[in-house]
Design a protein around this ligand. Structure first.
Ligand code: 16G
Length: 245
């Protein structure tokens, strides 16, 4: 393929033209994941651009998560983000389907009485005992999300007796308690990672994250309220859009 050039007469700003060029390199695999992008100086010389312009392009691509910087080393091609599943799938199922090895590390487990708010959300009485499970979820050993699950104790007594290390919670609920999750609702919003989750996820506090709240039901009964923090640098949402008829 012919090398793209910067067209000085184009109405498209130069930094945006360079962005297209670099994205082409990535899409055509001329630059692979973790490959170094030529330095600002080199790019400037090759394309006749000022260093300021080149930096603007690189900054933008870093902000978008297409590239990442290593201080003192340079700028590199980032891995493509994982498309977050918008089905009622378990983390384990979802990661396996993508060819990653799912993992789970217990951060905390306890039983505590439901606050008024939690009771309302779960449809139980305030003060009813609730399992709180806090887990770090990994894909091929890499931290991806912190998931906090709230499950009424009455629905899954002795859940705390079962180890969840390397095990699927949804599977366990199905096998041990006959709770087959069949519907749910979920909100997803942008947020900033707090210091605790940042430590678990290997991020800097204040990094962008996706905050998810999911309520899932088995046969009309709310089984789980999950409040989760997903890495925004590793996940994106994708949906198919049908025109309204
Ligand atoms: C998903 C769920 C989570 C659930 C987990 C069970 C969100 C947004 N989604 O990640 O609520 O606890 O699956 O996964 O948190 P597991 O069966 O692999 O333990």
């Amino acid at each position: 393929a012919p090398l793209m050039e910067i067209d000085p007469r184009s109405p498209v700003p130069k930094y945006a033209q360079l962005r297209e060029i670099l994205l082409d390199w990535i899409e055509e695999s001329r630059l692979g994941v973790d490959d170094a992008v030529p330095s600002e100086r080199e790019l400037g010389l090759t394309y006749g651009l000022s260093r300021m312009t080149v930096r603007q392009t690189l900054d933008q691509l870093v902000d978008e998560g297409k590239l990442y910087r290593v201080p003192g080393k340079g700028t590199f091609v980032a891995r493509p983000k994982i498309e977050m599943s918008l089905r009622l799938a378990s983390f384990t199922e979802d990661m396996r389907a993508r060819g990653f090895e799912p993992g789970s590390q217990d951060l905390a487990r306890r039983v505590a009485p439901a606050s008024g708010h939690l009771a309302r959300v779960l449809g139980v009485a305030p003060g009813d005992p609730i399992h709180h499970l806090e887990r770090l979820r990994t894909a091929d050993g890499e931290p991806m999300a912190v998931e906090r699950s709230n499950i009424p104790l009455a629905l899954a007594p002795e859940l705390d007796r079962h180890s969840l290390a390397g095990r699927s919670l949804y599977r366990l609920l199905e096998q041990e308690y006959n709770l087959l999750l069949d519907s749910g609702e979920q909100t997803i919003e942008a947020g900033l990672c707090d210091a605790t989750d940042a430590k678990h996820l290997g991020l800097t506090a204040g990094s962008a994250v996706l905050l998810l709240q999911r309520r899932s039901y088995a046969n009309g009964t709310c089984v789980e309220l999950a409040i989760s923090t997903y890495r925004a640098d590793r996940y994106q949402l994708h949906s198919t859009l049908d025109a309204r008829r």
